[in-house]
Design a protein around this ligand. Structure first.
Ligand code: 13P
Length: 249
């Protein structure tokens, strides 16, 4: 179901004490908002984060999972392990997973399938690289990322999908897509989904923008009609900044 969402992807940052301290700060400062607020700490701190936030409305989500049910996959985490500690939403397809860990559309399609079979909500990330945008291929790249990983899903599966458009050139660079660029792409994404499925699927999916969202630019980006919130990296590591971004929605 389409809703407003602000999620913090903490990536490989914050040790145990720092995680706890940030969660305490966020819980204390969390504004009264209808938006869903989520944080994705590292795996080693996930279970503690769930316990820390037991009485908070901040949801703890995972940054990644494996597609296999269990077995000889050293270093990996399964869907059941996430569910077992109370995590039922997972980021899949982050550009850093694609770029540094060789995650292809094919692998991501398998992860999405397993997540949905297990009842895990998927926050699916995708977005073009700088060369794609410079050469004018950004729409076709995004279309194929969506098609390859998601378009074999049933319409009913889409109630468990959140999309996060993150242009790679805007991640951690300080260079944000302009609100107009974000809106243009989000409208394109909705049109593409509506053509592959129908308007009820495309109008009901939340599409977040990610890439150098900061307190100073969040409000303008979030004001665009097809932008339903943000996936925040660096700024989600500082409680005042993350809270300001939540306030912007
Ligand atoms: P930054 O907000 O640091 O650019 O990171 C965005 C991101 O990758 C969130 O998943």
């Amino acid at each position: 179901m389409r809703s407003k969402i602000v999620a913090g992807n903490w990536k490989m940052n914050k040790n145990m004490e720092e995680t706890e301290a940030l969660l305490i700060e966020l819980s204390a400062k969390l504004p009264d908002t209808k938006a869903e607020v989520m944080v994705a700490p590292t795996f080693v701190n996930l279970a503690a984060a769930v316990r820390n936030l037991e009485t908070s409305r901040i949801e703890v989500i995972a940054q990644n999972m494996h597609f296999a049910e269990s077995g000889a996959y050293t270093g990996e985490i399964s869907a059941d392990m996430l569910l077992n500690i109370g995590v039922d939403t997972c980021i899949i397809g982050h550009s850093e997973r694609r770029a540094y860990f060789g995650e292809t559309d094919e692998i991501l399609a398998k992860k999405v399938k397993t997540a949905l079979e297990k009842g895990i909500r998927v926050m699916f990330c995708f977005g073009e690289e700088l060369e794609d945008r410079k050469s004018g291929n950004h729409f076709s790249v995004v279309e194929s990322q969506l098609k390859n990983a998601l378009f074999s899903l049933e319409s009913s599966d889409w109630s468990k999908i959140i999309l996060a458009y993150e242009p790679v050139w805007a991640i951690g660079t300080g260079e944000t897509a302009s609100p107009e660029q974000a809106q243009e792409m989000h409208a394109f994404i909705r049109k593409t989904i509506s053509e592959a499925y129908d308007g009820s699927v495309s109008n009901n999916v939340s599409i977040l923008y990610g890439g150098s969202v900061k307190p100073g630019n969040a409000e303008e980006i979030f004001s665009k009609p097809d932008v339903d919130g943000g996936l925040i990296g660096g700024a989600s590591l500082v409680s005042d900044d993350f809270v300001a971004i939540i306030n912007a929605i």
